[in-house]
Ligand binder design. Structure first.
Ligand SMILES: Cc1cc2nc3c(=O)[nH]c(=O)nc-3n(C[C@H](O)[C@H](O)[C@H](O)COP(=O)(O)OP(=O)(O)OC[C@H]3O[C@@H](n4cnc5c(N)ncnc54)[C@H](O)[C@@H]3O)c2cc1C
Length: 281
């Protein structure tokens, strides 16, 4: 670390305060990172996110594309981005993140260069309203996510959401290939042991993934498919269910149009609604 950055680290409130304790390579482009915070007491609700940060002089993986842009617009020497927390809110000893690389991005090629034992910054607080707080206990829930947009749902499922057996929950997860379907085994196993939970993975590029026997196609058309209700195990009806959308903004926009046509209404601050969303970019 250069003198310049050492000086910032000693003065900035954005110093490194966490250690990578586990690094799971789902594929070359997708990772699960577990980090342990120096100070205990980080609280969050399942579905929320926090900020991860690395200094600009942190190394990038060599395979990464040249970086878009030179400086953070804020002039902050720390590159910080939002990441949904994937660990359960009762798992207090570490935080887990499910991260996909943007090859020309500022932070992710640096996050992918981290190994176990390396240090990083985690914001002191969790943020966000993409939780089940405003979903009535008796409402069924469809959780729709592209890629790493699965992360907040993994947290919800690990946070005793399934303890309420009166509510039916389904996860509709879309990825390019079957090998990109992180957490697949965990979700299949949850579905096997919980009648009120269904896991529906789909891949969009089956022409390259010849062995895949499951669902294929992009997520939004599924929402118009009459067989979805049977797959979910409940009726997709605005009076009885809420839908959460997370990840790729194009998926969210397309899905929103289809769901609004069925009578769903976007949840907005201080306004009721049964359609909740978290756009990743
Ligand atoms: C609330 C919230 C939660 C988030 N949670 C997660 C998470 O759990 N896991 C995760 O991997 N990302 C998550 N993101 C996205 C994350 O914050 C970064 O934007 C992303 O990791 C890229 O950062 P970067 O610095 O490498 O790229 P940047 O230099 O910031 O981005 C370059 C450009 O790449 C595009 N881009 C950003 N993300 C993606 C992507 N995933 N795929 C394709 N293009 C993209 C955007 O157009 C962006 O302008 C979340 C974003 C938000 C707002």
């Amino acid at each position: 670390m250069s003198d310049f950055y050492s000086q910032i680290m000693s003065t900035s409130k954005f110093s490194y305060n966490a250690t990578v304790t586990k690094c799971v390579e789902v594929t070359g482009e997708i990772r699960i990172l577990q980090v342990c915070l120096d100070n205990p007491g980080f609280n969050f609700k399942a579905g929320q996110y926090t900020m991860l940060g690395l200094l600009r002089d942190a190394p990038r993986i060599s395979e990464a594309a040249p970086e878009d842009g030179d400086e953070e617009p804020s002039g902050d020497p720390m590159i910080r981005r939002a990441y949904s927390i994937a660990s359960g809110s009762t798992q207090q000893d570490y935080l887990e993140f499910y991260v996909s690389i943007v090859s020309s991005g500022a932070l992710t090629p640096r996050l992918f260069a981290l190994s176990e034992g390396d240090r990083l910054h985690v914001a002191e607080k969790s943020k966000g309203i993409f939780t089940l707080d405003k979903v009535p206990e008796e409402s069924n829930v469809l959780l729709v996510g592209t890629g790493t947009g699965l992360a907040p749902y993994v947290s919800m499922l690990r946070s005793e959401v399934l303890a309420n057996r009166d509510r039916r929950i389904a996860v509709l997860h879309g990825a390019s290939f079957s090998w990109d379907l992180g957490y697949r085994r965990e979700l299949e196993s949850l579905a096997q042991y919980n009648d009120h939970f269904r896991y529906i993975p789909t891949i969009s590029r089956p022409q390259i993934d010849h062995d895949w026997q499951g669902f294929t196609g992009r997520l939004p058309p599924f929402l118009d498919d009459p067989s979805l209700e049977e797959l979910c195990g409940f009726v997709l009806e605005p009076g009885a269910s809420h839908v959460l959308l997370c990840g790729n903004p194009a998926m969210i926009e397309d899905a929103t149009l289809r769901l609004e046509a069925r009578g769903y209404r976007q949840k907005r601050p201080r306004e009721p609604g049964n359609l909740h969303m978290e756009k990743y970019w």
